[in-house]
Design a protein around this ligand. Structure first.
Ligand code: GDP
Ligand code: IMO
Ligand code: MG
Length: 430
C-alpha cells in the first residue's frame, strides 16, 4: 500500500487540517512527521446525533483522529511538548472524541521542555527588530538541541535517573548561555516522572508500527505541518521554522522510503497569508489585505495573531511545486474572493526589469524584486453553496484553469467554506 501526503504549499494555514479530515474517512492511519505544537489546524465538523457544528483545533495531534476509525501517529521527526500533548488530548476527550488505543508516539521523537519555550522567547528578544515572530512553543531551541546532539528523546523518559542527570546538565547549559531565568529544574524532573508513566501506553517504535501497517495494506495518510516556505532549507531563511516541512521531511520524519509515497497533495490558499516576520512580496497593506483578513478571518489558530495577507503568488507556488512535486492541488478559501471585482495573481519576479528564475535565496535580492501580476476578472457571486465544479461561476472556473495551466498541476479539491461539506471535488486524470 502506498502513502498519501498532504503538504502546506505556502507559508502555512492553507487549510491542511480540513482536507486531512475529509480524506481520513478513507484512511486507517494518519501520521504527523514534522513540527510540533506550533501548528494549528482548524476543523469544523458536525458531531453527535444532532450534528452540532463543532470546531476542533489540532496542534500536535494528527487531525485524522476526528475519524473514529483512524489511528494517529506522531512520528520521530516531530518535537513533542508532553504537557501540551495531554492538554490537547484532554480537550478532544471533552469535545467527545475518544482516542483511547488509537494514538501513538515515536520513541525517537525529541522532547520540548518549558525551558525551550522560555529560551525561544529570550532568543526573540535578543533579535530585537529582526525577530522571527515565532510561536514561542520552543520549536527552534528543541530542534537546535537535536541537531547539536544534546536533545532528549521520548525513550529517555523511561530511565528516570539518567533522564534527571541529563536534564540538569542541559538546563545548566541554558542558564550559562541565557542567564539564570526562573525555572524549577527539580520540580520539572518530578513532574516528568509522572508524565512518563502517563505517556508510556502511547509510545511505540513508529518505524515498526508504520511498516507493519503498510505490510497489512493499511491506508496511511501523512499530515504536513507548517509549510514549504517555512522549511528550514527552502523557505525564506531565517524567517522559517526549524524543521523539514517538505516531502523530504516525510521520509526523514517517519522513516519511510520515497518509493512508498504514492500521492502528494499541495494545499494552496486562493490568496497568500503569513504569520510573523519575514519577506512577503505580494503582501497588500491596503483594502485588499484588510478584505482577506476580515472576510477570511485570518487570525492564527495557535497564537491568535492577525495574519499578514496578499495576492496569490505563483512564483512561490512554482518553487513549492518543484520541491514537493504535487500530484494535485487543494485550492482553499476560494469563497473569500467572491466579492472582488478583480483578482490578481503574481506570475513573475523582476530585478532591474529582468525576470529572475526561481525563488531568490538572498533576502536582499527578494527585497528588491518587482512583482508582475496578471489580473483576472472577479465573479461577484457567492460560491459557498456550490457542490460541483460545474456550479461554479465562469470567471471562478477561469481563475482555477489559469492556476492549473501556469503550474501544470490539476486542482482536485476546491474549498468554498470552512465546514467539512464545503469542498468541491473536481475530477482529474490520475
Ligand atoms: P492549516 O494550518 O493549514 O490546517 O490551516 P488553519 O486551520 O490554520 O487555517 C485555515 C482556516 O481557514 C481555518 O479556520 C479553516 O476552518 C478555514 N478554512 C479552510 N478551508 C476553507 C475554505 O475553503 N473557505 C473558508 N472560508 N474557510 C476555510
Ligand atoms: P500550520 O501547520 C503559520 C511560523 C511562525 C513564525 C515561524 C517560526 O498551522 O500551517 P516557530 O514557532 O515554528 O519557530 O516559528 O514559522 N509558523 C507558522 N505559520 N502556520 C503554521 O503552521 C506555522 N508554524 C510555524 O509564525 O513566523
Ligand atoms: Mg494553521
Amino acid at each position: 500500500m502506498s502513502v498519501t501526503v498532504v503538504l502546506g504549499s505556502q507559508w502555512g494555514d492553507e487549510g491542511k487540517g480540513k482536507l486531512v479530515d475529509i480524506l481520513s474517512a478513507e484512511f486507517d492511519v494518519c501520521a504527523r512527521c514534522a513540527g510540533g505544537n506550533n501548528a494549528g489546524h482548524t476543523i469544523v465538523v458536525p458531531i453527535g446525533p444532532e450534528k452540532k457544528k463543532t470546531t476542533f483545533a489540532f496542534h500536535l495531534l494528527p487531525s485524522g483522529l476526528i475519524n473514529p476509525e483512524c489511528t494517529g501517529i506522531i512520528g520521530s521527526g516531530v518535537v513533542v511538548h508532553v504537557p501540551s500533548f495531554f492538554v490537547e488530548l484532554d480537550e478532544l476527550q471533552k469535545q467527545g472524541l475518544d482516542c483511547t488505543g488509537r494514538l501513538f508516539i515515536s520513541d525517537r521523537a525529541h522532547l520540548v521542555f518549558d525551558f525551550h519555550q522560555i529560551v525561544d522567547g529570550l532568543k526573540e528578544v535578543e533579535l530585537g527588530g529582526k525577530s522571527i515572530g515565532t510561536t514561542k512553543k520552543g520549536i527552534g531551541p528543541a530542534y537546535s538541541a537535536k541537531a547539536s546532539r544534546s536533545g532528549l528523546r521520548v525513550h529517555h523518559l523511561f530511565d528516570h535517573n539518567t533522564f534527571a542527570e541529563k536534564f540538569r546538565k542541559i538546563v545548566e547549559g541554558r542558564f550559562k548561555r541565557y542567564g539564570h531565568f526562573e525555572y524549577d529544574t527539580e520540580g520539572e524532573i518530578v513532574r516528568y516522572k509522572a508524565l512518563a508513566e502517563r505517556l508510556r501506553p502511547y509510545v511505540v517504535d513508529s518505524v515498526v508500527y508504520l511498516h507493519k501497517a503498510l505490510a497489512e495494506n493499511k491506508r496511511v495518510l501523512v499530515e504536513g505541518a507548517n509549510a514549504l516556505m517555512l522549511d528550514l532549507d527552502f523557505g525564506t531563511y531565517p524567517f522559517v521554522t526549524s524543521s523539514s516541512t517538505t516531502i523530504g521531511g516525510v521520509c526523514t520524519g517517519l522513516g519511510i522510503p520515497p518509493k512508498k509515497i504514492g500521492k502528494t497533495i499541495g494545499v494552496m490558499k486562493a490568496y497568500t497569508t503569513r504569520v510573523g516576520g519575514g519577506p512577503f512580496p505580494t503582501e497588500q497593506l491596503n483594502d485588499v489585505g484588510t478584505h482577506f483578513q476580515e472576510v477570511g478571518r485570518e487570525f492564527g489558530t495557535t497564537t491568535g495573531r492577525r495574519r499578514r495577507c496578499g495576492w496569490l503568488d505563483l512564483v512561490v507556488m512554482k518553487h513549492s511545486m518543484l520541491i514537493n512535486g504535487y500530484d494535485s492541488i487543494n485550492l482553499t478559501k476560494l469563497d473569500i474572493l467572491d466579492d472582488l471585482a478583480e483578482v490578481k495573481v503574481a506570475t513573475k519576479y523582476l530585478v532591474d526589469g529582468k525576470e529572475i528564475l526561481g525563488f531568490p535565496a538572498d533576502l536582499d535580492v527578494l527585497g528588491k524584486v518587482e512583482v508582475s501580476y496578471v489580473t483576472l476578472p472577479g465573479w461577484r457571486t457567492s460560491i459557498e453553496k456550490a457542490t460541483t465544479f460545474d456550479e461554479l461561476p465562469e470567471n471562478c472556473k477561469k481563475y482555477i484553469y489559469f492556476i492549473e495551466s501556469f503550474l501544470g498541476v490539476p486542482v482536485e479539491w476546491i474549498g468554498v467554506g470552512p465546514a467539512r461539506e464545503s469542498m468541491v471535488k473536481k475530477e482529474i486524470k490520475n
